[in-house]
Ligand binder design. Sequence first.
Ligand SMILES: [Zn+2]
Length: 408
Amino acid sequence: MRCLLCVLIIVPFFGLAQHRCATDVLTQRQSEHNLDYAEGLDEMKQLATRFESGTKTIGSRDSKKIIIPVVVHVIYREESDNISMDQIHSQIDLLNRDFNWLQSDKNKIPETWRDLGSASGFEFRLAEKDPDGNFTNGVTRKQTDIENIANVDNVGSDIKYYKAANGGTNPWYQAHYLNIWVCEIGNRVLGYTYLPSANNVEPNDGIVIEARAFGTNGTAIAPYDGGRTLVHEMGHYFGLRHLWGGEEGTCTNTDYMSDTPWQREANFKCSSFPAISCPAERDGDMFMNFMDYADDTCSLFFTKNQIEYMQLVVRTVKVTLIHSDGVTGITESQDGQISVFPNPSDGVFTIYANSTNNGVFRIINAQGQIISNGRFYQGVASLDLMGNPKGIYYLRSEQVAKPLVLHY
Ligand SMILES: [Zn+2]
């Protein structure tokens, strides 16, 4: 009788996971309420369009290591949901395996697409240093009595998983750490994040994962105990869209990746090849791609274009993560100083000032004309000079002028 009860409780939650990921709906909602975010999202669409049409900004695929410092915020009600370090490590290991073409189940990818798999060079590491410079194991823990604290319907309410004063845990400085909250979500949602914007980093920047779909042991429950919910959300965090684009029901909504087929809608569970939803696609849907909704055992890989695009995003709007001292050791700019990366660049520059700097700057060309204005957010700004003639430009802020070199 006891076991029967378990089945009755678990099956409705995990057996009908129609809302596996809430990234689309929340990204849409955030862009309706936040003009800055929406404008930055549009800029990212332009970047993705250029990427899709083959005008890539940053060389070709790059296997150099991209080390991302990660902090996991565990928020739990029952002590049994205060997940173990072992469970957290199982998730980080899985992430590194899947992002580097080391998955043991890649033989399940249909042969026609297997060559599209590749290593990304991303390496996720639990932070070793916290924002105050103290040693850390990269995990924070907090007990709460709020049920489903990260419920999608809580957006706009007083309950906020990302605010300590509202029941949650404050993020670590998001320019330097990738924040992951592991907690209850409810409504059969397993995870979500927000698509990256070229503008400000929002207070909720980061990824949320339901504790029952995190890692490969402990509280993880089949069929979502393969750690692939986070792999999927990580794809979104670095700019990837669902294979059906933003909207289901058409075969014309792009995911901006020219090596994934057109797809009408999500595939659940484990489909059989070929699963054709758009008649023009002879091989059908790439349902085993991480950016579909298959069960963990059938969710298997990213394509080369998806990997290149994530590399592009991490080297542009998320570049501060790879210059973080959370695991690797770089020092911030001193007061009044500004540093630029990369410089020279073939289009997109990231500019660092003191982390308290929220001021404005101008970009001036060699003829002294203002060609662009920008603003720092907590000392970081992204600047796109693509389309301008190559040469030297000057960044002017309150105290300093800094030359930028644009080359192609
Ligand atoms: Zn998703």
